[in-house]
Design a protein around this ligand. Structure first.
Ligand SMILES: Cc1ncc(C[n+]2csc(CCOP(=O)(O)OP(=O)(O)O)c2C)c(N)n1
Ligand code: SF4
Length: 267
């Protein structure tokens, strides 16, 4: 794969810390785009604010770097006005599920044809390590030096319950699997969500004494298991990877086009 054609190399070196998982997600995403043979001029990437959201700056697609938590709202507008384009929205766990939680749920419910990538490093990386909705009780963060008391939740289950028609989870350790999941998500018609367990060694790793980037990735290997595996029955604390939902369901822009047709009929 000729990776450079997808990159805006003039913006390099990138701002990610050494060992950050977000660059691995970028690599997997590009391999998925290449695998599907998508035309980069047909791709619109919309992002909010965060280390994860910086992905849009480095890629030579049509890109919009918008407001923290509002990427899905902007992407919905783009998709409704140009339904033929492929929309990808990379978000951090804070971006997608704290300030942007409302937009996330409603994008799932509408089943609009957008691929949302939730890069879950369990922390607000860009702003200095504040705890996020996915940090989890008992973890440490700059805003919780004595331990987080808020419980986290399962993004994949939330997405399924809210109506997303494709939902998957991968990690930065299982990079080939991640490429496959991202390709499936982008090929899917409807709202697709891929949660990626990604490491922030600078804040989450350091605060929680998880070691360096490679130790954190080893943990993704040890603490996850393919969906439906026997290992999960034996150890319920394991986090499942793979596809949780993949179903055909009416897509929002197509439904909206029918409403327009009906309105013309009435006129
Ligand atoms: C409306 C608004 N509120 C707060 C911020 C500050 N802010 C920027 S990025 C961010 C959180 C970043 O965390 P996350 O979305 O999880 O992404 P990461 O940096 O960890 O990849 C916050 C709170 C902002 N830019 N705009
Ligand atoms: S602060 Fe964390 S999320 Fe942000 S670039 Fe550094 S390692 Fe990555």
């Amino acid at each position: 794969m000729e990776i450079k054609k997808y990159l805006r190399t003039r913006f390099f070196p990138h701002l990610w810390c050494p060992g950050c998982g977000h660059g691995i997600v970028l690599g997997a995403l590009l391999r998925a785009v290449d695998k599907l043979d998508l035309n980069q001029n047909d791709i619109v990437m919309v992002s909010g604010i965060g280390c994860s959201s910086r992905i849009s700056g480095y890629l030579d697609f049509h890109t919009l770097h918008t407001l923290h938590g509002r990427a899905l709202a902007f992407a919905t507008g783009v998709k409704l006005s140009r339904p033929e384009l492929k929309l990808i929205v990379p978000m951090g766990d804070g971006d997608a599920l704290a300030i942007g939680g409302n937009h996330f749920i409603h994008a799932c419910r509408r089943n609009i044809d957008i691929t949302a990538i939730v890069m879950n490093n369990r922390i607000y990386g860009m702003t200095g390590g504040q705890y996020s909705p996915l940090s989890g009780a008992g973890t440490l963060a700059t805003t919780a030096p004595l331990g987080v008391i808020d419980e986290s939740f399962d993004v994949a289950k939330l997405a399924v319950a809210a109506g997303a028609s494709f939902v998957a989870r991968g990690t930065t350790y299982h990079v080939q699997e991640l490429t496959g999941l991202l390709a499936k998500a982008m090929a899917h018609k409807g709202f697709s969500v891929v949660e990626v367990l990604s490491q922030c060694p600078t804040y989450f790793g350091r605060k929680n004494k998880e070691g360096g980037a490679t130790d954190m990735m080893e943990r993704f290997k040890d603490k996850t298991t393919p969906v439906g595996s026997k290992a999960k029955q034996d150890d319920t604390s394991l986090i499942e990877r793979g596809v949780f939902m993949d179903r055909a369901s009416p897509e929002y822009c197509e439904q909206y086009a029918r409403v327009i047709e009906r309105s013309k009929g009435k006129a």
